[in-house]
Design a protein around this ligand. Sequence first.
Ligand code: SF4
Length: 249
Amino acid sequence: MNNLYGSFMAPQNFSVNDGDGIRTIIFFAGCPLRCKWCANPEGLYIDNNLVYKYSAEQILKIIERQEIFYRYSGGGVTFSGGEATLQKDMLRELVNKLYDRGINLAIETSGYFKFEEVKDIFKKFDLIFIDLKHMDDIKHKIFTGVSNEKILYNIKRLNEINDNVVVRIPLIESVNADKENILKTAKYVKANIKNPKIELLPYHNFGDEKYDLLGIEKPSRDFKIPSAEKIQELIELIQADGVKLVSYK
Ligand code: SF4
């Protein structure tokens, strides 16, 4: 075992979201995006006094203690963040070790990475959740700080190496929860993923308190959850386009 260290937020055991069965979520610190609604402000930077430094060995020990729960529930480990690929050497080390032990592996990614640098890692996941926050590049830049070009490209490339790619849309009123954007997203997913699947994640404001506790100003508090009727309308739109709607929440 080498002596690789990384920056993480506190791991979460017994999660039943973000993949099948009972899971451990490993949250990597650091993210190249700055979504105006981000619910994890403590994890935006790799180096700050809010994150924990763990060695690969320490993370693997945390996971090892939970293995019995994975076995009986069909669960496993999900890597989240922040953006896990920002610390690609650590991610690779953990994924390779856990893959060899036959543990079910999932990742939640912002989709913002250089594909060729992490292709080998993504081949080993049982399930990939990739965010697509807006089809309109200008709006994507306004709301997340980066272009959607790399993300759209990576969705296509992930499809070439993995059969289980789910595109996730954080659904936010007046940002992306409109028919035009959702229809465009569904069409893109249908055209570029062989088993086209979308998961809608209606916006929540659970992160607001963290901004207060950290003394960081949230970029915007004006975001709203779309109404149940609106969500239903968008679900029907996605399904009518031949894309499967999934839910892991
Ligand atoms: S990609 Fe996720 S972690 Fe990164 S800024 Fe956006 S919401 Fe926050």
